[in-house]
Every structure is written in C-alpha cells, then in structure tokens.
Design a binder for this molecule. Structure first.
Ligand SMILES: Cc1ncc(COP(=O)(O)O)c(C=O)c1O
Length: 469
C-alpha cells in the first residue's frame, strides 16, 4: 500500500530546502523528529479540504476499514465527536418537516467520554440518557437494542395519546468498547435505529482494531452511520491520530457537514507527524497486521487464562484488554497498579475497583511475561472481604437536570467543596481522567448519590453554577 504523506515529507526532508515557513524550528533537531515536522506547504495538501496526498491516504484508510469515507483527525476522537454531533444536528435541521421549537437532543448511554458533553455545550444541543440496567462502575452502562426500542415506542405512544409532537432524538450515541472493555450489541441497536430512521453514532475510540479481527466487529460493518476511532489507542499511531468513518450509505448525506465540522473545531495547523503516522499505519495494516493481531490476542488470552486459573478475577472483555476486578478480592485498583509498577508494568487505568491493561501486537513477549511474574506475588492471591458492597454506592440514579448543558457551562460559576454541593447545579464536567467519564453532567443537580460517587473517585471539589444574589 502506498504512503503518499510519508513519502512527500521524506522527499522534502532530503531536498535540503531552506525552510522559510512554519514551524519555527526549521527542521533542526531539538526533540529529534523536527526534520519531519512540516506544515501545509506547497504540495503537502490541506487537511480540512484534502484533495492531494492527504485525500489519497484517507482513501487508503477507507478501503482498509471498509467505510464509505474516512477522515483523519490529528486532534483525537475528541475532535471527531464534535464534528459528528454538528453533522447530525445540521442534518436534522435540514430535514425538519414541522416548525417544532423543541430543542434537539442526542440519546446516549450514560458512560460517555467528556468530549460529547463539550460538543453539546459548543453546539447547544441536549442529551438524554438511557437509564442504567446494571452497572458496577461509571465506566460501563449496558444498553440493549430493546432499551432503545422501548424508548422510541414510548415517544410514539405519548405522541398518539396526548396528540403531541415530541421530537425523536437526532441520533443515538453509544460508547463501545468502553473503558472496561465491554462491547455493545451494535448490530442489534443499528437495526432498531434504522427502523426509526435515526443515525447511530458509535464512540469507537478504543476499537480501531476491531475491523481486523477474523470476524470484523467494527461499528461501520455492524451498521453504525458514523464512528470515531482513536488510532493512537490501539494501533501504532502517534498520540492524537484518529479516524472519523462514515458508512457508505450515509456518505453523501454527511460528508460535507463532517468536513465543515472538522474545520470548525479543529486547528488550522494539523500535525504532519501525526498525519505521517496515520499514513504509515495503512501500510502496517495492509502488511500482515491481521496475523499480528491474532497472535497478540492469543498471548492476551493465555495471560487471562492463567490469571483466572490462579483465581484472579479477570473480566470478559474485548480481546485486547485485560481488566482485573481487584475489588472482588478486597483490594483497591490503584494499590494493585502500584504493585504492578514495582514489577515494571504500567497500566492504562486503575480506580478503586479495576485495573485495566491494554495490549497491542507491539507488546513483546517480555511484557506478557512480566504480568505472569507479578501474578505470582500479588496481594490479590490473598483474598480479603470484597469491598464491593461496602464502598460502592448504588449505581446509579441519573441526576435531575435543571439547566441545559450550554447554559450551565457558560453561567457564572464557583468551585466548592463537594460536602457543600448537594442541591447545586454542576457547571463543569466532574471527572477523573482517565476515564474522563463525567459523574455529573453540566446542568444536572448534585444529589447525595453524586457526592458518594465523587468521594469514591477521590474528587474533593466541584465547579457549580453561582447562586443568583
Ligand atoms: C471512550 C472515549 N472516547 C473518546 C475519547 C477521546 O479520544 P482522544 O483522546 O483520541 O481525543 C477517549 C479518550 O480516552 C475515550 O476513552
């Protein structure tokens, strides 16, 4: 597979041109990669309206992922999510048949990454959350196709019974895989959405690799209208590199608005280091990645099987994550992460209950061996009482909303101790990062349940809307 962006920059570097253009390092080495760090010079194409080398590279990615169209982002999935939201809003407005003054909203599972809340604040659109079926963590929120169906049916019924015109959501938004490696039934949810003509958006930040499993589990293949993949999370791409994919069926309808959205919220100085990295990743995928992925999944499975055999609680997750439920053995995830650090292992994420390890084919055998070494000495082998029932608050009543997301984000605000926050309206996402899943969303009223959760995540202060004097 060709690598037009990488080839262009390499040639430019070798040409020894005097750089009278940005960036200011002029190709001289400070970190070491500056000679490959260029800007949108003659011949280098323009990311926001690609028609040259970037367009060619994006087409390569689209072919590899079996999408209708694929765009690059050098600002992560966070940028893609804003562009996708703007797109469905513009689309809904262009199709609106009545002159309803009702505000548009997205229907989402609660375990969203903060970037969708940021997008709602910027675009001024609301979110409605599906209630929790069952969950042990803010990171997960199981949603089944029938939950979405029931939601839509209820709107239909209410409209008929009360002779009103309540709006349907302008899109359904699901995070899958989530931080704990749960995968939603995207095919099932997509079928329901299709029946009601509502686009399904998937935050697939953690799942770029799913397209290359023996059975393709990528959201676009399973029926999503659009999704974002953080290439940098599971593929060998520099941090910030991501894809925004549109399904073939939605290409004509969404393509233009997506480009506008990416330009509206993105920088006019995209990183060419990241673009080259995305470009090279196409070749990496084309040249034997599927086999490497298969081998890596085998290694991960062996480790999981071994950990289970010595009674360490490993969750059933997507193939590249090893998620250990430390709480089940009575231990705090962060403490077990400290323990792993002593054995030369740095995890992706740890909280009170879980430790999350993410693997890719770029992990070497030694890396997996270290997990086995750690497991022979870990405290987890000495089970204490489970901390789950005593520490975890009942998950999880969604707090009441008093203001729109945008009103709350742009209102005068103050930071207060969480002890004084009951009854106040959240003004800023209150999260620990990672996983950057908001415990309370801007515009919602903080209640006792929220305070319990904030305490559990060791959050001491919260930003609330100021009281009117
Ligand atoms: C579920 C989820 N969605 C979106 C994002 C944002 O992705 P990015 O860091 O590529 O902007 C993250 C980041 O961790 C995430 O975990």
């Amino acid at each position: 597979m060709d690598t037009p962006i990488y080839d262009f920059v390499k040639k430019y570097k070798e040409s020894d041109m005097s750089r009278f253009h940005m960036p200011g390092h002029k190709g001289h080495k400070f970190i070491g990669c500056e000679d490959l760090d260029i800007t949108e010079i003659y011949g280098a194409d323009v990311l926001s309206m690609a028609s040259g080398i970037i367009a060619r590279s994006q087409s390569n990615a689209s072919r590899l992922f079996y999408t209708g169209q694929t765009f690059y982002s050098t600002e992560g999935s966070s940028l893609c999510i804003k562009a996708m939201l703007m797109t469905v809003l513009m689309d809904a407005r262009s199709q609106r048949k009545n002159d309803s003054q009702e505000r548009e909203y997205i229907l989402a599972a609660r375990n969203v990454h903060r970037s969708i809340i940021d997008a709602c604040a910027l675009i001024d659109i609301d979110m409605e959350f599906l209630t929790y079926r069952s969950s042990n963590s803010i990171c997960e929120c199981k949603v089944l196709p029938e939950d979405i169906k029931t939601y839509f049916e209820n709107i239909k019924k209410e409209n008929l019974e009360k002779n009103i015109q309540k709006n349907y959501p302008i899109a359904v938004y699901i995070t899958s895989p989530d931080y704990l490696g749960n995968i939603a039934d995207i095919a099932g949810i997509a079928k329901v959405c299709e029946k009601y003509c509502i686009p399904l958006i998937i935050d697939n930040a953690h799942g770029a690799y799913l397209a290359f499993l023996e059975c393709n589990l990528h959201p676009i293949k399973l029926g999503a209208a659009m999704c974002c993949d953080s290439a940098h999370k599971t593929l060998p791409v520099l941090t910030g590199g991501a894809y925004l994919h549109i399904a073939e069926k939605y290409k004509e309808r969404f393509s233009e608005a997506i480009q506008r959205g990416l330009a509206l919220f993105g920088s006019t100085s995209p990183s060419y280091l990241i673009l080259q990295s995305l470009d090279l990743c196409n070749r990496y995928i084309a040249d034997g990645y599927r086999q490497k992925l298969k081998n890596c999944i085998n290694s991960v499975n062996k480790v999981k099987k071994y950990l289970k055999s010595i009674k360490i609680s490993v969750m059933n997750t997507e193939p590249l994550k090893i998620v250990i439920n430390t709480a089940k053995a009575g231990y705090i995830g962060m403490h077990i992460a400290d323990e792993m650090r002593q054995y030369g292992i740095e995890c992706e994420y740890a909280d009170i209950q879980f430790v999350v390890l993410m693997a890719t084919p770029e992990n070497k055998r030694l890396d997996f061996d270290k997990i086995i070494q750690w497991s022979s000495v870990t405290q987890l082998l000495h089970k204490k009482n489970s901390i789950v029932p005593s520490i975890l608050p009942a998950f999880y009543q969604i707090p009441k909303r008093r203001m729109t997301i945008r009103e709350a984000v742009f209102a005068p605000s103050e930071v207060i101790d969480i002890k004084d926050s009951i009854g106040r309206i959240c003004a800023e996402e209150t999260i620990s990062c990672p996983p950057a899943v908001p415990i309370v969303v801007c515009g919602e009223v903080i209640d006792k349940n929220v305070v319990n959760l904030l305490e559990m995540y060791n959050i001491k202060n919260v930003c609330v809307v100021s009281l009117v004097k």
